[in-house]
Design a protein around this ligand. Structure first.
Ligand code: DGJ
Length: 731
């Protein structure tokens, strides 16, 4: 087709589309005149979009409400650089958000807006849905932007539907791809691996493409958490500056690409990792991409985190308001080495501690292939006759007799090759045929694209949870995909595997949460290998790390605090690192508190300390931290001490945690978040029985202003000193 005729055809399509658009948009946009500008607002932020004369969806700006964004370039129709969801092969030269090979082999896509719908949910959150279609092909892209006005949070995702006559292949299918238009952009990532999660590092983005990703298929371990901080104009600060804390709601591999094209044009492309995962959609099929969350703040990361925590408590975790149970876990205490007699002894010792739930970890199942180590038995969910001849029912009764509930560890997605399950169904695993198996923790992943596998996995929950009064589940997942092949999917859909896997996994998590709403649940994947808001919505907390050394935990828990509320983060007192027990207790008290120690090896004084800590957590700490706002005061990356404050929204009380991570002198602690005018009584809590506080401010009253200026000096000097300070309003 010659260029002029192609242009005319394009214009005709665009006019038809715009006519439909005018009819569909809400009258508030601007009745009678072309509704070319579309704003999606929260209280303090805005996303300004434009539908141009060709029906293209362009981004004018994304930032604070007071920002004045320049008009989109007149050249944009040619360069496409302001496209909100740039498509490959349409003149656009930077990182695309979507790349489709159409049924006839055409590799280009040109999206035209057909319709815009606006709706508001019962919480007052606005959803704007842009229905787009290729100018020539029948494939559709719906792009969704949801605004949570009071929290300054935007959620973005898409749905791609193939209405062509044959299959299309999606080589890129991002959830969102906003532009940022500042001269300087600073990026913080949360990288790490097993027992070393959530290391923060920040860098100034330079020209070119920077990618933060995970390629691990079903979890993010050995890479990073699917979250980042983008700070505009300079490094991220806690209490000032424009920042976006962004996170993908997806348990699998993700890709965050930052394409700093020219000054004042940073293209971000966020979503599932397309690496090795081009997605084939047959005619009539569609793919909904995971939701990307942007918590926006022009008052630094502190406010963005607090808003994200509030969002998480409303929409991103189960039963956020319910108290998190105090768990006694046996993993570090016994590993696989336990039996009924040993558990009876643990139960007896646990009774006076006042715990809520005993959580039996890995190793309770497997008969033909005993689960005495991680080498065998996984997948054989029969109670071990050798270790537990009287079954789970007896353990539930033993626990109930001592006043606590019984919880259990499950890893429903996995199998050891040395297991009855694998012997019977070797074709149920993710593997590449004709290749030697590369093992990881001696186990393989069950291929849940196969319906029989999905039935089997759901059957594990039915079989274990229905007949027994089990009140808690720890759902673990200890390996990633490194040989991605399905013996179930057809050859032409092999690369759909990990996307389908994660969607099936999320469906099973949702089913678990809805069919067992009273069963508390911990999300775990070899520690914090799978921490995201799509999964967490079905769990009551997550296991942050197998590194329970409290010195390391201070840094790990600090990292998680950017995205997740403290009552979502499980933290147990253990013996790892052989730190002072008081320090280990005070580090765990700041999150969802639990214990994982061999009680039979503890002195009477240590048992008393644990019993007091459980009571303190239940009576004083938990009621406050589960609904408080978090203020990060001193970073473990910056000095010898780290500190945070949990402040009630009405500012009537707060709890402050201070941890000494290296020797240093006592120093005043500036406590943010209080009401400057209110008076607070200062009380150091979590002291050993009979000990008297060495803090001068203990027992005295100060205004919020004085405390913000450093009136309290925690008695922390030496490595592993710690202090927990309760502030209560005095009227
Ligand atoms: C990994 C988890 O992170 C641990 O807490 C423990 O449950 C083991 N798996 C058990 O195999």
């Amino acid at each position: 087709m010659c260029e002029v005729r192609a242009d005319m055809k394009l214009k005709r399509i665009a006019c038809a589309c715009l006519a439909a658009l005018f009819a569909a948009v809400s009258p508030a946009l601007s009745a009678g005149t072309p509704p070319s500008e579309i704003a999606v607002n929260t209280r303090n932020f805005k996303l300004e979009l434009v539908v141009d004369e060709f029906g293209s969806l362009l981004q004018k700006g994304f930032g604070p409400r007071e920002a004045k964004f320049p008009p989109v370039s007149e050249n944009s129709a040619k360069t496409r650089e302001f496209d909100f969801y740039p498509a490959y092969g349409n003149g656009y030269l930077d990182e695309p958000a979507i790349q489709i090979t159409h049924a006839d082999g055409n590799v280009s896509t040109q999206l035209v807006v057909e319709k815009v719908d606006r709706s508001t949910d019962s919480d007052g959150n606005e959803l704007v849905a842009f229905s787009m279609k290729d100018a020539v092909y029948d494939t559709k892209v719906e792009l969704f932007v949801k605004a949570f006005p009071e929290l300054d949070i935007f959620q973005m995702w898409t749905k791609i539907s193939n209405a062509e006559e044959g299959p299309v292949t999606l080589y890129r299918y991002a959830s969102a791809s906003p532009l940022f238009c500042e001269k300087e952009n600073w990026l913080t990532q949360f990288h790490g691996g097993w027992a070393n999660e959530m290391n923060m590092s920040e860098e100034k983005l330079t020209r070119g493409v920077k990618v933060l990703d995970s390629k691990m298929g079903v979890r993010a371990h050995k890479c990073r958490n699917p979250m980042y901080i983008l700070s505009l104009g300079g490094p991220a600060r806690e209490n000032s500056g424009t920042v976006f804390i962004a996170t993908l709601m997806w348990p699998g591999a993700f890709n965050f690409t930052f394409d700093f094209v020219v000054q004042q044009r940073l293209r971000t492309v966020n979503g599932i990792n397309h690496f090795g995962a081009q997605y084939v959609l047959d005619s009539g099929e569609s793919l909904e991409t995971p939701k990307m969350l942007y918590a926006c703040s022009s008052a630094g990361t502190g406010r963005a985190s607090r808003n994200l925590h509030a969002w998480g408590r409303l929409y991103g975790m189960r039963d956020a308001q319910a108290p998190r149970p105090v768990l006694l876990n046996n993993w570090e205490a016994t590993y696989f080495n336990f039996d009924e007699a040993k558990l009876d002894r643990i139960f007896d010792l646990a009774k006076p501690l006042g715990i809520d739930v005993f959580l039996l970890d890995d190793g309770w199942f497997g008969n033909r292939h005993a689960r005495n180590s991680d080498k065998s038995g996984l997948g054989d969910w029969e109670v071990s006759k050798a270790k537990l001849p009287n079954g789970l029912g007896r353990l539930c009764r033993q626990a109930a007799d001592r006043g606590f509930g019984f919880g259990i560890w499950l890893e429903p997605e996995m199998v050891n090759p040395r297991s009855q399950l694998y012997e019977e169904h070797p074709d149920w695993v993710i593997t590449v045929p004709r290749r030697e198996i590369i093992p990881s923790r001696f186990q393989m992943i069950l291929d849940n694209t196969r319906p029989q596998v999905r039935d089997f996995e759901w059957g594990v929950f039915e079989k274990i949870l229905r007949p027994n009064p089990i009140c808690y589940v720890k759902w673990d997942a200890n390996r990633h995909v490194n040989q991605p092949g399905s013996l179930y999917l057809p050859a032409r859909k092999q690369t759909n595997l990990t996307v389908d896997y994660n969607n099936n996994l999320l469906a099973m998590m949702r089913r678990f949460a809805s069919e067992f709403p009273k069963v508390g649940a911990m999300l775990c994947a070899g520690g914090g290998g799978r921490v995201d808001y799509a999964s967490l919505a079905n769990f009551t907390s997550f296991w942050a790390s197998d590194n329970t050394d409290p010195v390391h935990r201070v840094r790990i828990q600090w990292g998680y605090s950017y995205g997740y509320p403290s009552n979502a983060i499980s933290a147990h007192v253990t013996n790892m690192g052989r730190r002072p027990l008081r320090f280990a207790i005070n580090v765990a008290l700041g999150c969802a508190f639990g214990i994982d120690m061999d009680l039979s090896k503890l002195s009477a004084a240590d048992m008393e300390a644990l019993r007091d800590a459980v009571q303190l957590y239940k009576n004083t700490v938990r009621p406050l931290t589960s609904r408080a706002d978090l203020y990060r005061l001193e970073s473990p990356y910056a000095g010898a001490r780290s500190a945070v404050a949990h402040v009630l929204p009405d500012k009537s009380a707060a709890i402050v945690f201070a941890y000494q991570l290296a020797d240093g002198g006592r120093a005043p602690l500036k406590i943010d978040g209080l009401d400057a005018e209110k008076k607070y009584r200062v009380e150091e809590i979590s002291l050993p029985a009979g000990a008297v506080s060495k803090m001068q401010a203990h027992g005295k009253t100060f205004t919020g202003r004085e405390l913000a200026a450093g009136a309290a000096v925690p008695p922390c000097e030496k490595f592993c000193d710690s202090s927990v300070i309760l502030l209560s309003e005095v009227k």
